[in-house]
Design a protein around this ligand. Structure first.
Ligand SMILES: O=C(O)c1ccccc1NCC(=O)[C@H](O)[C@H](O)COP(=O)(O)O
Length: 260
């Protein structure tokens, strides 16, 4: 059993607590990750991540609104907020707090297996949701993807290997995230992005490299492989000089061999 299996099993257990009924006062239509991807490279998706199964507590001291304002000020193009509580110590209040603090596209980083979670995420300010191919059957992936699109949301479809990438491409996903973290061992290896990039880029989808990016050199490596953007959590949550690190990650010289 992988950590993903354990997380999904916990999600199923708590699903009945979610309701469709809550109405949102939040209009996220102007916050498009796709538009950011069309105009900037590399797109930086900065994550608010207190804890994780692989690292335990990462940083429990930061306030989501303050960190969001710093991310926006230092040039993030979008934000990701972990909303899962048991494994990541995140909450949906974090998501609404961040929505109210900044005007960036907002990814609800959760483990979605049911339409109710999509409505719930949207009502709490999400403009992008995550669908993890490894967690869904082909039918579930298709149904949830189109449900989210019909709700006016954008979807980051996450893959870990070639078979999953082929499923994301077959779905017609416009934004595909390659997660460099092995869910069995928790090891991160940027070679995962490098190996899947040609297939994903050939499909015409935007490619986001996720997990394990710590330095400007790491970013240069995945951008050189073909990534259009990156998703970074731990390195930003623990940085002692966030402004410098984000500047290094955004540097256009990182686009080794590529154009802006
Ligand atoms: O981070 C984990 O330990 C983890 C374990 C199991 C499933 C998902 C997990 N993380 C979610 C993410 O995808 C990352 O938070 C995101 O890519 C940022 O990663 P990092 O920059 O390495 O914090």
């Amino acid at each position: 059993m992988t950590i993903l299996d354990r997380i999904i099993s916990e999600k199923r257990r708590t699903l009945s607590n979610l309701s469709y009924s809550e109405n949102s006062q939040r209009d996220g239509t102007a916050r498009s990750l796709l538009k950011q991807l069309e105009k900037s490279k590399p797109v930086i998706i900065a994550e608010f991540k207190r804890a994780s199964p692989s690292k335990g507590v990462i940083n429990n001291q930061l306030q989501p609104n303050e960190q969001a304002c710093l991310y926006e000020r230092f040039g993030a193009h979008a934000m990701s907020v972990l909303t899962d509580t048991p494994f990541f110590k995140g909450t949906f209040t974090d998501l609404t707090t961040v929505f109210d603090a900044v005007s960036l596209p907002l990814l609800c980083k959760d483990f979605i297996i049911d339409e109710r979670q999509i409505v719930y995420a949207k009502n709490h300010g999400a403009t992008v949701i995550l669908l993890i191919v490894a967690a869904l059957t082909k039918e579930e992936l298709y149904k949830l993807y189109h449900y989210a699109i019909n709700e006016g949301l954008e979807v980051l479809v996450e893959v870990h290997n070639k078979a999953e990438a082929e499923r994301a491409i077959e779905l017609g996903a416009e934004i595909i995230g390659v997660n460099n973290r092995n869910l069995h061992t928790f090891d991160v290896d940027l070679e995962v992005t490098e190996s899947l990039a040609p297939l994903i880029k050939e499909s015409g989808a935007f490619l986001i490299s996720e997990s394990g990016l710590k330095t400007g050199e790491d970013v240069a490596r995945v951008i050189h492989a073909g990534a259009d953007g990156i998703l970074v959590g731990e390195a930003l949550m623990t940085s002692e000089n966030l402004e410098l690190l984000m500047r290094q990650m955004k540097k256009t010289e990182n686009l080794a061999g590529g154009s802006k």
